[in-house]
Design a protein around this ligand. Structure first.
Ligand code: SF4
Length: 376
């Protein structure tokens, strides 16, 4: 097994440009994977001796539109071209390690990468929607006190292919229930791996790739102002969700130790710049922790911070994670919190906890698997 890449511990304050995650190698000596190609990078297939002008388009269609998993399935390619393609390229890098089906229809998906690392994605049904929660890093440097992904720091960035393959695998697992929405809310802080995340989003959004509408893609971020400004420059108008969790800088820094110095006014201003550029209403996420941030004082402080701004709040009652020092909030406090926000003129949605019976809270599946608590 190859050694993991060096730990990625970006400092979002002193290092406003997030590090280049797309450069993370894995599986040295293996053929490169087609999923790692940017839209422009597909021109490389023109180097195959039997390639024609339309070869890249054909192969890309097999990979993304038809979901081919082997070169042999590409029946409209000549045998010579299939052999050349197979000798030079892999289709994908990761392999499905395990699934965790929940009684409520949620499915946790664990994928093993070339270097032995595990990443998780979660497929969540809700009415006629099915949302895939996607990881962008192995582990996470932010270390939120309520999140299993942050307990080991960020081990490495995912490549664009490793991000995209989470969609391909989830799509194959449940072909009868198509995915409708995609949220970068799994392990990792997407703006700490922005080049790979943006490359993956470009492939997701392009008709030449997965053809997913920008409105169906959400990037959830801790919201460092410099990173938000970078997102504002991206032409694809995907949604941005801001992880606030607490209404004061001090409380945010305590809950999110890897955030660095929180600056809520600057964060909201930068996020609203993007709102002005795209017209997309901003979402703010608050994970509610019993006795920590679920009081009326916090709700009223959020109301003062967000009232009158084009921001909708998602309240997410915490999904318990064994070993972490928190309790889920009681339902009556969640309701009172939501009511206080509404009184302040803030649009609120309370998310139901999902997949609790199989423990799909962020980072939990990988942790369980690492500890061999549930080996088949
Ligand atoms: S909640 Fe998100 S930002 Fe915080 S440690 Fe987990 S993955 Fe990282």
């Amino acid at each position: 097994m190859a050694l993991p890449d060096p730990v990625v511990q970006p400092d979002p304050v002193s290092q406003p440009d997030p590090p280049d995650g797309g450069a993370t190698p894995s599986g040295a000596g293996l053929r490169p994977a087609l999923t790692d190609l940017s839209l422009e990078g597909w021109a490389a297939l023109g180097d195959l001796p039997s390639a024609r002008s339309f070869t890249a388009r054909q192969v890309r269609r097999w990979l993304y539109a038809k979901g081919a998993t082997t070169v042999d399935e590409m029946s409209d390619l000549t045998l010579a071209l299939r052999q050349e393609l197979d000798a030079a390229w892999r289709l994908r890098k990761g392999t499905l390690a395990r699934t965790y089906p929940s009684r409520d229809g949620t499915t946790g998906i664990l994928t093993r990468l070339d270097d032995g690392q595990l990443i998780e994605s979660v497929s969540i049904p809700e009415g006629d929607r099915r949302t895939l929660c996607i990881s962008s890093q192995v582990g996470c440097a932010v270390g939120c006190t309520f999140c299993a992904s942050g307990t080991e720091g960020a081990l490495r960035n995912l490549t664009a292919g490793e991000i995209l393959e989470q969609i391909l695998v989830a799509r194959e697992l449940e072909p009868q229930r198509p995915l409708t929405n995609y949220v970068f809310m799994g392990s990792g802080e997407p703006t700490h791996n922005l080049p790979a995340v943006l490359q993956a989003i470009a492939v997701m959004n392009s008709p030449a790739g997965l053809g997913i509408g920008a409105r169906r893609i959400t990037v959830s971020t801790i919201g460092h102002p410099a990173a938000l400004r970078r997102l504002a420059e991206v032409e694809i108008p995907f949604n941005v969700a801001l992880s606030l969790h607490a209404p004061t800088d001090l409380a945010r820094e305590a809950l999110m130790p890897g955030l660095g110095a929180s600056d809520l006014p600057a964060t909201l201003d930068a996020a609203l710049e993007r709102f002005e550029a795209t017209g997309r209403r901003l979402t703010a996420e608050v994970v509610l922790l019993g006795g920590v941030n679920d009081g009326l004082d916090e709700a009223e402080a959020f109301g003062r911070l967000l009232g009158g701004r084009p921001v909708a709040v998602n309240l997410i009652p915490w999904n318990p994670v064994p070993g972490l020092p928190h309790e889920p909030p009681v339902a009556s406090r969640v309701d009172a919190f939501a009511d206080a926000l509404r009184r302040a003129g803030v649009t609120v949605t309370v998310r139901r906890p999902r997949g609790q019976d199989v423990g799909v809270a962020c980072g939990q599946l990988k942790r369980r698997s690492d500890r061999r608590e549930d080996q088949p």
